[in-house]
Design a protein around this ligand. Structure first.
Ligand code: SF4
Length: 336
């Protein structure tokens, strides 16, 4: 989709990348291993790279003030080094009762790019730019006529998606809190002319948090598990019980309740919401009561049978494996 070309920051040459400086390095330019290395080079422990990733990709924040699981003294240096602000919203336009939002972004070097968020019933599509300008010179396209300014970095592409996801999660787009379901590279630029960075951006965008939380998911994806469950329900007529452990800021957002409802709608299923029992040494903890209540209400409103499980046993490390974990954390008795 060609989008109108704003005044370019400088004359671009079709087919040739500008010699202007590169955007500042950003966490989203790096793969998970490189992020750990970057944290280490900043004098921090390697897992800070994972923590920063969760804040940016899952919680959609780059504000050090939100990073309460990172020591206060480390937050600002980490955020300054790895989460620089890459794009500044210069102008925003909306139509379709606010469900289509177009943003004009200014990059660090004054280059302009555009992204468009489009909300439809049942899906949200984010259209992003992969280049500032374009070197393809398609005669019908205003972007092409002005030539290429430069390739966008991986993180600059990802930043457009994160901004859209943030607006949706915050309920800024009419229709209630939501999530992006589709990303298309139909904004400015020819994505295949910036192939490696576009591919890296796709990897970042689709990188599942879930694989970290539930390692077995690397082998069996949710869709496969649910397929097996629906097969079981069809064969036996028995209701499938879905045990959903609510983890604060990880999987308890309203849009995830809606996504779960999408997966379960029309099936013989019941959801048990289980506030996560904190485990010694784990960084994950239970959702706030109000958040759990909203999650439950959203499922119920969608017609999904749901109950919140009573959290007995917290004080006795009642969740599976907790006693063993606590035992391993204790020093062995002398002579034992
Ligand atoms: S490839 Fe480039 S010039 Fe051609 S339509 Fe797309 S943005 Fe415009």
């Amino acid at each position: 989709m060609p989008v109108p070309k704003p005044t370019p920051a400088g004359p671009g040459q079709p087919g040739a990348e500008s010699t202007k400086g590169r955007p500042p390095l950003h966490l989203a330019d790096l793969d998970p291993q490189e992020r750990r290395g970057a944290a280490e080079r900043l004098g921090q422990q390697r897992f800070r790279g994972d923590q920063l990733s969760r804040h940016y990709f899952a919680r959609l924040t780059d504000d050090p003030g939100d990073m309460t699981d990172v020591p206060a003294s480390a937050r600002v240096p980490l955020a300054e080094a790895l989460l620089p602000r890459l794009l500044t919203a210069e102008q925003e336009f909306s139509c379709d009762q606010g469900q289509t939002r177009k943003t004009l972004w200014r990059a660090f070097d004054g280059a302009y790019v555009e992204s468009v968020l489009m909300r439809y019933p049942g899906r949200v599509t984010m259209c992003v730019s992969s280049q500032a300008g374009c070197g393809m010179a398609c005669p019908f396209c205003a972007t092409g006529q002005a030539g290429l300014t430069r390739n966008l970095s991986t993180a600059e592409i990802v930043a457009q998606v994160v901004a859209g996801a943030r607006a949706l999660a915050a309920g800024e787009v009419p229709g209630g809190p939501g999530r992006i379901s589709n990303v298309v590279f139909m904004g400015m630029g020819e994505p295949l002319a910036n192939y490696s960075r576009v591919l890296a951006a796709v990897r970042r965008i689709t990188d599942p948090v879930r694989d970290e939380l539930v390692p077995v998911n690397r082998r069996w994806k949710i869709a496969e598990v649910l397929d097996a469950a629906w097969g079981y329900a069809a064969a036996t007529g028995r209701r499938v019980s879905i045990e959903y452990a609510l983890i604060r800021d990880i999987n308890d957002q309203p849009w995830r309740a809606e996504a779960l409802a999408d997966l379960l709608a029309g099936h013989l299923a019941h959801v048990n919401l289980i506030p996560l029992n904190p485990t010694p040494g784990s960084k994950w903890t239970a959702s706030e009561p109000g958040v759990m209540q909203e999650f439950e209400q959203r499922l119920a409103l969608r017609g999904i049978p749901v109950t919140v499980r009573d959290t007995r046993g917290t004080e006795i490390d009642g969740a599976c494996g907790q006693l063993a974990a606590a035992g391993r954390a204790r020093p062995a008795p002398a002579g034992g």
